[in-house]
Design a protein around this ligand. Structure first.
Ligand code: ZN
Length: 494
């Protein structure tokens, strides 16, 4: 990838604007089936149109769940003293998603005792607690649940975003609040009031914002996607990806209009999704569209945590879809890291945002895991190669502490670069770029075969991967490369 393209993007992209858009989205509740999701979607559609995206629509797909929007939720201590413990205004995940309405004043008990018509304090998730108490008819659940992602747990002050089981009235509090209530229970009787009211509408829907920058070459489009849904604030996951995608769009339009990059030959499609589900619904409704898409770049968590050392995560494609994408993003990430922010070196100012950290860029490549929107593109029956990118904050994810003030603008800038650069390169790729990509894929394919436990099996994968480059340009001939890879595999045979 030419350094001039990377410099052009870095010269234009504004981490400040990415953060501004992200902060606006993080202020909105964005549950998958909710009116407020569609309000956020209309907001994104409006911003995208203002930045020059064409044919912008909010697609809607049926869902079996009704729309659900929390209106009121409170947890009050009634006795031994009267005090507000939590409210929806302060903790937007207080009401477990999908909880039923209710207004209950009742004794608070631990789950080990008699729970009928009582409010049960538990450290389990609503789903687990409800299942274990089935048939015992508690009036409500108060869940001081501490989730875990990849072995990391959020701080004890974090309130987890959780789903309520059908027919359950469930509130979420932090583990620290749970400990305080448990200590009170050990002193004597405690009465609480649980209040919840939500708006429901049927039939439910999920949605996806879509638009494009049309190119001349048809049928080999590039999708740039970020999921817009989740709880409030959900700043890093994934207001950050959605807000950064808006800034990627603004950057691209500015670079085109000032002539710093040519107008892309291929169409670039921008999608703000309901994670995984809206793409699945889209390809189910329009199966022919999958063949029109050459590649997707998926951004889920763009900003990391300014109080932590962050890594740039790339998730490799699955074994059933060997493609050039793994090598394209590897080549770019290693080049950017070596040129602008090598490990433990002071990074180039170009790769740092004002107000952001000066961390090195550490790229970590994960084997395929079905974690985010990329799985909808890479599914066997869809078969679109995808680049999946993330700067995760796994100790804050899916809690009320995933706030916009904790995002690192430097990583927003880097995420914007790493999303736009491969998309723009592929959107403009002609015979010369396709040949360069073929060389890059070949060199890493040779190394992968040499290192493989089963070289013949790896050869079969690499054969398909070289063919995925040939799909880019009719002039590409892979026979020589295939023969050389076969010779390596043969030499390794015993
Ligand atoms: Zn996510």
């Amino acid at each position: 990838m030419p350094d001039s393209l990377i410099r052009a993007i870095l010269g234009e992209v504004s981490a400040e604007n990415a953060l501004r858009e992200t902060t606006e989205l993080a202020a909105r509740v964005r549950y998958p089936e909710s009116q407020s999701f569609f309000d956020a979607a209309e907001y994104v559609a409006g911003r995208a149109r203002a930045y020059g995206l064409e044919n912008v629509t909010v697609e809607r797909f049926p869902s079996k769940h009704p729309l659900w929007d929390p209106l009121e939720a409170e947890l009050d201590l009634v006795s031994p003293v009267s005090r507000r413990l939590s409210s929806l205004a302060d903790v937007s995940v207080l009401l477990a998603q999908g909880s039923r309405d209710g207004d209950v004043t009742a004794p608070l008990v631990e789950e080990s005792g008699e729970v009928r018509d009582k409010v049960v304090l538990t450290s389990k998730s609503p789903e687990t607690a409800w299942r274990e108490l089935s048939g015992q008819h508690p009036a409500a659940l108060v869940c001081a649940f501490r989730p875990e992602y990849f072995g990391r747990q959020p701080p004890p002050d974090a309130v987890a975003w959780e789903q309520a089981p059908a027919d359950a009235l469930a509130l979420m509090i932090s583990p620290r609040q749970g400990d305080e209530l448990r200590a009170m229970l050990h002193q004597g009787a405690v009465t609480v009031r649980v209040h919840a009211r939500a708006r429901r509408a049927s039939p439910g829907e999920i949605g996806q914002v879509m638009g494009e920058i049309p190119g001349e070459a048809k049928g080999r489009d590039i999708v740039l996607a970020a999921h817009l849904d989740h709880q409030k604030p959900g700043a890093n996951d994934n207001a950050s990806g959605s807000g950064t995608l808006l800034e990627v769009l603004r950057t691209l339009k500015s670079l085109i209009s000032t002539g710093k990059v040519p107008r892309p030959r291929r169409t670039l499609r921008f999608w703000w999704t309901t994670e995984i589900r809206s793409e699945e619904a889209y390809f189910h409704k329009h199966p022919e569209e999958a063949k029109q898409i050459l590649m997707a770049v998926v951004l889920d968590q763009a900003g990391g945590d300014r109080d932590a050392v962050n890594n740039f995560i790339v998730i490799n494609g699955p074994d059933w879809l060997p493609a050039f994408t793994d090598d394209l993003i590897y080549d770019l990430a290693e080049f950017v890291q070596d040129s602008y922010a090598p490990p433990e070196h002071e990074p180039s100012p170009m790769l740092v945002a004002s107000g952001g950290s000066t961390q090195s860029m550490r790229t970590v490549y994960w084997d395929y895991q079905p974690l985010s929107d990329h799985l909808a593109f890479e599914a066997r029956h869809t078969g679109i190669p995808a680049i999946a990118l993330a700067v995760p904050s796994l100790h804050l994810i899916h809690t009320n502490l995933d706030t916009a003030d904790r995002l690192d603008p430097t990583w927003l800038k880097r995420s914007a670069l790493m999303t736009l650069a491969p998309a723009l390169y592929m959107a403009g790729a002609g015979p010369k770029q396709a040949q360069a990509l073929l060389e890059a894929v070949f060199h890493r394919a040779a190394a992968r075969i040499a290192a493989a436990a089963e070289p013949e099996r790896q050869l079969a994968l690499e054969h398909k991967r070289l063919d995925s480059v040939a799909a880019l340009d009719a002039s590409i001939r892979t026979e020589d490369y295939q023969a050389r890879l076969a010779a390596i595999a043969k030499a390794l045979r015993r």
